[in-house]
Design a protein around this ligand. Structure first.
Ligand SMILES: [Zn+2]
Length: 332
């Protein structure tokens, strides 16, 4: 048993309280390799933004859970080395799907876990979430739950269609489970193909897909039921067209990739939405940078020569999100 406090990490409680009061959101960036972690920490340290490092079940399988935990511990020290005196870094399990997995993360030094029972019948979601909350709170680890189903694919999480969160259920759910934050479904979606072309309209000037707007009425209704309660948005990558274009022009094939417009996320950040999950955008930045190097210099075979530019582009992306979308710069 290792406490997150020994690792220099923080849970989400204070982060979220401040974010709601201050009208900004905390970035939750997924990571599964060293370059991503370096980029996240560098961006957070340079902008003095609190940050949530997210590890999915898929990332645990890919990178090894022991290694990821020590990487997070190293991230705290790296942040200090970069001149961030009091780093506000949370290590969070993304989409935990069982009590055992959540418990193992709590025991392993995570400061926050998500239990995603959103695919279960309502009462079963409550029972599972409550079980995780009871265990995690003993160790001061915060718990995110989910109500409503998101469409899209992300690691093992996938669903054909989305079901918006029912605002009439949130008081009962939050009270009975004791969860610290709630992921809701208002039209965001996992992956780089958030909407099918038939769900979108096309911008006549650029020919690009314009996605349907988020259901801000559902968000407003949830906030009215649970004033001041931390709300989380998953699947909130914007799928920047510049990266998609870069990938496509250097031999890739991502037709009609589409995300959530940043303007809508900016609007959400100012509300009780205090955690916004971004994963696909950094995958796109990484891939775009690597493809560019390979296209321009097919003889390159030193991984530092293509992972380095990928890391730089991801750092730029994370800083952009922090400063221009979430507004969390200068808050830690
Ligand atoms: Zn998610």
């Amino acid at each position: 048993m290792v406490s997150f406090k020994e690792l220099g990490l923080v849970n989400t409680r204070e982060m979220f309280a401040k974010a709601i009061k201050g009208g900004y959101a905390i970035p939750a960036f997924n990571f599964n390799n060293m370059e991503q972690l370096q980029a996240i920490i560098k961006a957070a340290a340079e902008t003095k933004s609190p940050v949530i490092l997210q590890v999915s079940k898929g990332a645990r399988n890919y990178a090894n859970q022991t290694l990821l935990r020590y990487m997070a511990q190293g991230a705290v020290e790296y942040a200090k080395e970069l001149g961030w005196e009091n780093p506000q870094i949370c290590l969070h399990l993304d989409h935990g799907d069982s009590f055992e997995l959540c418990k193992s993360c709590v025991d392993f030094g995570f400061s926050s876990v998500m239990i995603d029972g959103s695919a279960l019948p309502y009462e079963e979601n409550i029972a599972l979430t409550k079980q995780v909350v009871e265990y995690a709170h003993k160790y001061d680890v915060t718990v995110e739950a989910e109500l409503g189903v998101l469409a899209g694919v992300e690691d093992e999480v996938q669903s054909e269609e989305s079901h918006y969160t029912k605002p009439e259920e949130v008081i009962d759910f939050a009270t009975r489970t004791g969860c610290d934050s709630l992921a809701i479904s208002i039209g965001t979606s996992h992956g780089a193909y958030k909407f099918k072309p038939e769900q979108c309209t096309r911008d006549p000037k650029t020919g690009r897909l314009v996605p349907p707007p988020l259901a801000f009425d559902v968000l407003d209704a949830v906030m009215e039921k649970l004033p001041g309660f931390p709300i989380v948005l998953h699947g909130s990558s914007s799928v920047p067209q510049e990266y998609v274009d870069m990938i496509n022009s250097y031999g890739g094939k991502l037709p009609d990739a589409v995300g959530i417009p940043e303007e809508q996320l900016r609007q959400a950040s100012k509300s009780a939405v205090c955690k916004i999950n971004i994963d696909s955008d950094s995958r796109l930045a990484f891939t775009a940078a690597v493809r560019k190097v390979f296209a321009e210099n097919p003889g390159e075979f030193d991984p530092r020569k293509y992972c380095g530019p990928a890391r730089d582009l991801m750092t730029e992306l994370y800083k952009h999100k922090i400063i221009n979308v979430l507004g969390s710069d200068g808050k830690a």
